[in-house]
Design a protein around this ligand. Structure first.
Ligand code: ADP
Ligand code: MG
Ligand code: MG
Length: 255
């Protein structure tokens, strides 16, 4: 069991115009076994929240706290966050030239568990994980994210999720650029991780489509760096029909 608690979080970023506030007091609690969705218009700060939890150096926390089981996440290095049980799938995964998928996964697993996985079970787990996600076995020898299609990047993320067994996963726009078949495969992977390990999930998405496959119990709407409304699955349904116009000033550009 784990609990990620975000309290009154304020975050700024440095831009050409100087210090710009992006998050203006975000509150959120995610327990193991719970699935939360954060929805909201483009530019509302959803990815900033994910990057801040991940420890991205571009984002400065100017107020509030993030804790995992009471431990101060903001004091942790990026590696320590991963070892503590946080998993971040970024909206724009980075390429790691010269590092194959298989070596990357093994190194990550060893770093997180504090010991190398046993070769026999590990090889079997990787094979099984890749088969579940309908990945070509040749994929294991490719360099991480180099020339990966959108769908391959997402599958690789979910493969990490299934193998690394984090406590809380933050998935930022895992649905973007996926066709329906890939979306189903990726969602099944997340649902397997939920069933097998009691994973807590924070699903960040602009669209409701993925929520048909990964069912959230809690839905939060982020607008201008704050949670503007919270509810259950019915809130996502309403947004599917009505969009975000109600949260934005009249005449504001919609994406
Ligand atoms: P969302 O994920 O909801 O679309 P983001 O968190 O990506 O929103 O962005 C929120 C706001 O913060 C936007 O106005 C965006 O331009 C700005 N922003 C986010 N990251 C940066 C950055 N690294 N540099 C400058 N501005 C940023
Ligand atoms: Mg965006
Ligand atoms: Mg985003």
């Amino acid at each position: 069991m784990a609990v990620l608690e975000i309290r009154d979080l304020h975050v700024t970023v440095e831009t050409d115009e100087g210090t710009t506030p992006i998050l203006n007091g975000v509150n959120l609690t995610i327990n193991s076994d719970e699935t939360h969705a954060i929805m909201g218009p483009n530019g509302s700060g959803k990815s900033t929240l994910a990057s801040t939890i991940a420890g991205h150096p571009k984002y400065t926390v100017t107020g509030g706290t993030i804790t995992l089981d009471g431990e101060d996440v903001l004091e942790m290095s990026v590696d320590e966050r991963a070892r503590a049980g946080l998993f971040l799938a970024m909206q724009y995964p980075v390429e790691i030239p010269g590092v194959t998928v298989t070596n990357f996964l093994r190194t990550a697993k060893t770093a997180i568990d504090g010991e190398a996985p046993s070769i026999r079970t590990w090889t079997k787990d990787v094979k099984e994980g890749m088969a579940n996600l309908r990945m070509d076995p040749k994929f294991a020898q490719r360099n991480v994210n180099e020339g990966f299609s959108g769908g391959e990047k997402k599958r690789h993320e979910i493969l990490q999720l299934e193998l690394l067994k984090p406590q809380i996963a933050i998935l930022d726009e895992t649905d973007s650029g996926l066709d329906v078949d890939a979306l189903k495969i990726v969602s099944e992977g997340v649902n397997r991780a939920k069933e097998n390990t009691g994973l807590g999930v924070l699903l960040i998405t602009h669209y409701t489509r993925i929520l048909r496959y990964i069912k959230p119990q809690f839905v939060h709407v982020m607008v201008k760096g704050k949670i503007a409304e919270e509810g259950g699955p019915e809130l996502a349904e309403r947004l599917e029909n009505e969009g975000y116009a109600a949260y934005l000033p009249e005449g504001a550009p919609l994406e």
